[in-house]
Write a protein that binds this ligand. Structure first.
Ligand code: TXA
Ligand code: MG
Length: 356
């Protein structure tokens, strides 16, 4: 099983020899696609044995195909940066859109996000079901920062499909799952649609999706419900059931519509991209062999692997931002693999910001 080195900040040792920066780091093993590709019979009937096998694969850090009542999801352990990076790699997404986090219960949701009384009301009416709420992450929320693309909110729902619920009960951990299609393709509503485009170990066959359309996404903010994406539950139905208006998205500065880039993670320190040298007061976000002379170094991938780098990106940006470095210098990252999405994120983080 490929294991990604833990995100790790290393003090730069000015007297270091060439090997010092790899001390303690395990070499990164790229995902062995022969282990996951083209397995015969990867569509599995959802027997309890198959659900246990899928749970083992998930716990081992690999994605699976999961039926929900809306569309099939490409599901991964939401608390593992490594597993979430594999989801982006498999989907070939050019950007890190934040993913929906699926949980087994309201109790589990409350360990991840702050649920105000209005959010609880919505949850009690519509969970399990095709409704997602965007809520503030709790400070100790264990969900991968990559899964929420560095945002301080999480999109969360309890799916209603019995197979999804059985899997969530079995793994007892939150599951990140975007629709199980290649980026740009339409969402899959049958197991075969998933098998046609994604090479994964197992796709649990839950039959055709009853809703066949992604979940409705509401942002819950300041006792207001804002529609971010129309979907499986009609707005009128929500308003009628809970007696509370659902507002259209009117302030795109506050939050951008899903599908486009959401208000991006903006570090407080200045960021300098494609750095070929580094100042003594700068923190270095390294890729491959680090440049010498930085105040501190966070290495996205010692072995210059873009999937590993994606897994570490947000956690390391947060760590450098929280450090006492004056600024962050980022080494060049090639546009191959997840490099394109990493560079997209870095460019947004480095873009001049309106401070108002
Ligand atoms: O029905 C569904 O929602 C399916 C099934 C598998 O659950 N999932 C799905 O995921 O449609 P995906 O990744 O294709 O769409 C997730 C949407 C994206 O448009 C994303 O921008 C938005 O949710 N989203 C996720 N986290 C968000 C956040 N923190 N704030 C705003 N939007 C968010
Ligand atoms: Mg999708």
């Amino acid at each position: 099983m490929a294991r990604i080195v833990e995100p790790k900040i290393e003090e730069t040792n000015t007297e270091s020899d060439e090997d010092n920066w790899t001390i303690g780091a395990e070499p990164f093993k790229p995902i062995d696609m022969t282990q996951v590709a083209n397995k015969k019979g990867k569509i599995a009937a959802p027997t309890s044995q198959a659900i246990k096998r899928a749970a083992d694969i998930l716990r081992g850090g690999d994605p699976i195909g999961l039926p929900t009542e809306t569309v099939y999801g490409l599901a991964a352990d939401a608390c593992s940066d490594d597993a979430v990076a594999k989801v982006f790699a498999l989907k070939q997404r050019p950007q890190f859109n934040p993913l929906i986090i699926h949980v087994a219960s309201i109790e589990m949701a409350q360990t991840l996000v702050h649920m105000c009384p209005l959010a609880r009301l919505v949850a009690e009416h519509f969970w399990p079901g095709p409704l997602t709420m965007v809520l503030p992450r709790l400070p100790d929320c264990p969900v991968s920062l990559l899964a929420s693309a560095g945002l301080d909110t999480l999109a969360i729902r309890i799916p209603a499909h019995p197979v999804a619920r059985a899997l969530l009960d079995e793994v007892a951990t939150p599951i990140a799952a975007p629709s199980a299609n290649l980026s740009g393709n339409i969402s899959p509503t049958k197991a075969q649609h998933v098998a046609d485009q994604l090479d994964i170990n197992i796709i649990l066959d839950g039959g055709p999706c009853k809703v066949g359309l992604e979940s409705t996404i509401l942002k819950v903010d300041d006792n207001q419900l804002i529609l971010l994406r129309p979907g499986g539950i009609a707005v009128a139905h929500i308003e009628q059931a809970i007696g509370h208006a659902v507002d259209p998205l009117t302030n795109p500065d506050k939050i951008t519509a899903p599908g486009q880039m959401i208000a991006h993670y903006a570090p407080s320190k200045p960021i300098r991209l494609d750095a070929l040298d580094v100042a003594a007061n700068e923190g270095l976000l390294a890729f491959g062999k680090p440049l010498p002379g930085a105040k501190m170094v966070a290495n996205l991938s010692v072995g210059a692997n873009t999937t590993e780098a994606a897994a570490n990106l947000f956690a390391m940006m947060h760590e450098l931002d929280a450090s006492d470095c004056a600024a962050i210098a980022v080494m060049p990252i090639p546009d191959e693999g997840l490099g394109q999405a990493i560079n997209d994120r870095l460019q947004r983080a480095a873009a001049p910001r309106d401070k108002s």
